[in-house]
Design a protein around this ligand. Structure first.
Ligand code: URP
Ligand code: ZN
Ligand code: ZN
Length: 458
């Protein structure tokens, strides 16, 4: 063995048990009690939890359609590793007139030699034509079976209209791919933005909240689900932020519609009162953070199982970059930092406060994204033969979040001052110790592109 983790309290989705984990050639070779130490490096995990490495299925590093960004593949993935993530999935978004292939190649070039954890890419469809349809089918069986489509960003040229969405969903019925939608109603949203914009000096960041009421999200969720139901396609709602959206998803799931949903820590931990704060513009993201009743309903969905994945929608900007808004809510760079804090923050809030089981926590942050997005059982579980992607988590560590102590290239945190119950102590990626006590200690640029399989389900 190269590395043995002794006395590991292994938390998988289906069971918790204690054993030693033997790692060889990047894989989990043996799990048994009393593994005999040979020349291997030994870590004693007594008193700690041992989780499969976290998977963040929704990340934007150096997102090209933002005018600015603070996190690149190296800094972003090092921060992810410090927070217990071993795989992230970013996006290769097609631009009008170009192919998905061009976007994929560009994104891979961006990530190569920089990414420090393993990564994969969702495709992004913005231009529907015969070539796109063929590419969708090609990529579904060649490593990229999931595609994001935006129901907004009309003025920027990234929007998919209903006809595009309908046709892409038809393909996923045939090929086992999955369409991820950013569900916001572009026409009503754009109209409301124009309505509130003249008052922007008076409203400040509150204008962002006023212009994106809940119906701008849940109408679009309903519409996307309608197209999914009639086509028999497969749909994933990204960054769901509304309680009504959760009701619609639940009803559709009960009718047998193939729809899955993700929500993010910002919608479970914050409310739109943040936009009233002096630095409220920092929290602007889209969809925007909603109301207390949305937060409560989203927690019910996490506990009840309508929401099966927690992801961050990381899109990081420093204070100086956010300050480019200069008082105009339509000019705020939208997005929040989040990869580094996903596991510890959600462990505190979900296991510590809302009392979901550790097994369910692992499902939400690792096993479910691995299953739905075709990484399982290579990733998302602690099992013989799986990649040795493991987090040793100290449940007794008491840390107060302070952005100054985080590895992320960001000078603020939406969760500043939050008192945490537990923190990742060691992150292991394919058998290599890559982070210890919040510091990245792995080799630079060691992350690999991981091709995925179609047809994933949870
Ligand atoms: O505001 C956000 N979250 N920006 C990232 C792009 C997106 O729509 O997810
Ligand atoms: Zn989005
Ligand atoms: Zn996103």
């Amino acid at each position: 063995m190269d590395l043995i983790i002794k006395n590991a309290k292994i938390i998988n989705t289906d069971k918790t048990y204690t054993a030693d984990i033997g790692i060889q050639n990047e894989k989990i070779k043996r799990i048994q009690k009393n593994l005999k130490p040979d020349t291997a490096e030994i870590i004693d995990a007594k008193g700690k939890y041992v989780f499969p490495g976290g998977i963040d299925a929704h990340v934007h590093l150096n997102l090209f359609f933002c005018d600015t960004y603070s996190e690149n593949w190296d800094t972003g993935t090092q921060a992810a590793a410090c927070g217990g993530l071993t795989t992230i999935i970013d996006f290769a978004i097609q631009t009008k007139g170009k192919t998905i292939k061009e976007a994929v190649e560009e994104r891979k070039k961006d990530a190569e030699q920089k990414a420090c954890v393993d990564y994969s890419l969702h495709g992004g469809i913005t231009d529907w034509n015969e070539t796109t349809r063929k590419e969708l089918n090609y990529y579904v069986s060649n490593g990229i079976p999931s595609f994001k489509m935006f129901m907004i960003y009309r003025k920027r040229g990234f929007m998919s209209d209903d006809g595009m969405l309908f046709q892409a969903l038809e393909e996923t019925k045939r090929n086992g791919g999955i369409i991820m939608v950013h569900a916001e109603s572009t026409f009503v949203l754009d109209m409301l933005i124009e309505r509130y914009h003249p008052q922007t000096k008076k409203l400040g960041a509150w204008g962002h909240a006023l212009s994106r009421p809940c119906f701008t999200e849940y109408e679009a969720i309903q519409r996307a689900i309608t197209w999914t139901e009639v086509t028999g396609g497969r749909l994933y709602i990204v960054h769901m932020s509304t309680g009504e959206g959760a009701d619609i998803v639940k009803a559709a799931q009960m009718r047998g519609v193939k729809v899955w949903a993700e929500t993010c820590p910002q919608y479970l931990l914050l409310t739109d009162t943040v936009f009233k704060k002096k630095d409220g513009h920092l929290y602007a993201t889209c969809p925007q953070i909603k109301k207390q009743h949305d937060q409560d309903r989203l927690w019910q969905s996490v506990i009840g199982g309508e929401v099966k994945i927690l992801a961050t929608d990381t899109c990081t900007f420093t204070k100086a970059q956010k300050d480019l808004w200069k008082g105009d809510f339509t000019k705020i760079p939208y997005g929040l930092p989040g990869m580094e804090t996903l596991v510890p923050v959600m462990h505190t809030a979900a296991v510590g406060q809302r009392k979901i089981s550790l097994n369910k926590f692992v499902a939400l942050t690792s096993t479910n994204p691995a299953k739905l997005f075709g990484l399982y059982p290579k990733k998302g579980t602690i099992a013989e033969g799986s990649d040795a992607d493991i987090v040793i988590f100290d449940p007794n560590k008491k840390i107060t979040i302070d952005h100054k102590k985080l590895a992320t290239n960001c000078d603020w945190s939406p969760y500043q001052g939050m008192k945490l119950l537990g923190y990742p102590e060691v992150t292991i990626s394919r058998g290599e110790i890559i982070a210890k006590d919040g510091k990245y200690v792995g080799k630079a640029g060691r992350g690999k592109f991981i091709p995925r399989k179609p047809g994933g389900t949870i």
